[in-house]
Design a protein around this ligand. Sequence first.
Ligand code: DOR
Length: 442
Amino acid sequence: MSQVFDLVLKGAEVATPNGLEKISVGVSNGRIAGLGKIDADGAECLDLGGLTVLPGVIDSQVHFREPGLEHKEDLESGTRAAALGGVTGVFEMPNTNPSTLTADDLANKLARAKGRTWVDHAFFMGSSEENAHALAELELLPGCCGIKIFMGSSTGSLLVEDDEALLKVLKSGRRRVSIHAEDEARLRERMALVRDGGPVSLHPEWRDVEAARLATDRILRLARKAGRKIHVLHISTAEEIPLLAANKDLATMEATPQHLTLAAPECYEEWGSLAQMNPPIREARHREALWQAVRDGVVDVIGSDHAPHTLEEKQRDYPRSPSGMPGVQTLLPLLLDHFNAGRLTLQRLIDLTSAGANRIFNIAGKGRIALGYDADFTVVDLKANRTIEPDWLASKCGWSPFEGKAIKGWPVMTIVRGHVVMREGSLLGAPIGEPIRFQETL
Ligand code: DOR
């Protein structure tokens, strides 16, 4: 007797570890239970002719602002934006209010997420001198994707600045630690440049190349000393890439779609403080170096650093305008457009949006289309021509620097553990997101 599945995907090109295959996918109990020629009798069947099924996209850097900053975003609206953009899993950052620093803070986020999230999720634990001793235990709590260190201050109050404190954090625990690498001492030194105001185009001069390079160089040395693996987030300079390439045994790195798509000074001329983020968008030579690093395999993952602020907040005079831009919903459309423009292959796109997060963070059962893995799929139309329309965007902040941009390649369906949560721009069913599991905490 042939196996009866809950759901069968057929007719599509499916991106398995073997490459693109014209096969069917059978789902049972939220997991992938059949690949190949499949009898769809008795199952709900999705006919996906002409479409491509990718492993569910995982965005390993989002700020969803809950608790405390829900006027900018919350877990429901943030995950809604994720599902609409073809993202099936998110890792959320700890610079909320309160910051995520204790087991109770994490439990609070997990409780808030229950029944309100459209995609699967995990939360970063923030680090400080005060909680350093507890991090080895905290990082192993279910629903935690790891520790985050802010070496330079950004939105919120999290900061671990000097070598001694950084070593304390790095020595507490074993999982890979995610790093915001900007050198706080240099940022303070150069603050005079902008303290009395000025054009937002000064942002990459205040938070300059050297501030990023110094911090990345320092954290690599400290991580080596502590024997701790690190993941350096949102790389923004050509200068950091050789440092990271020389330490691949120790460090992984993230690039964002913003740093791969925008460049100074045009972005500041066109978008003003909406293009302001930390670390800053810089001149085109950095963007080109990042693309080279994508092609060379030095970049391990692409995360959106979705960091929404309201238009009203963004309209404050620089430098009081907050840093960050939304991005979880536009991550995949932008990358599909870059794929169609020949900037990366589909294989590399998949590596950077699902397999990469699996590798870096030791996710259990997500990140590839293989038997036994969660049935998370991002179905895309590689040839669709669309425009990023304001009324498609779900983030509470209500804007994107990519509004009006013509895109070739589009997510048409988001499937989380066998539940179709988005089809052709509409959300379906109820928010069924669950905590993501990790190998360390199975
Ligand atoms: O631009 C940024 N915005 N960079 C960060 O590191 C934080 C983020 C935010 O939370 O607003």
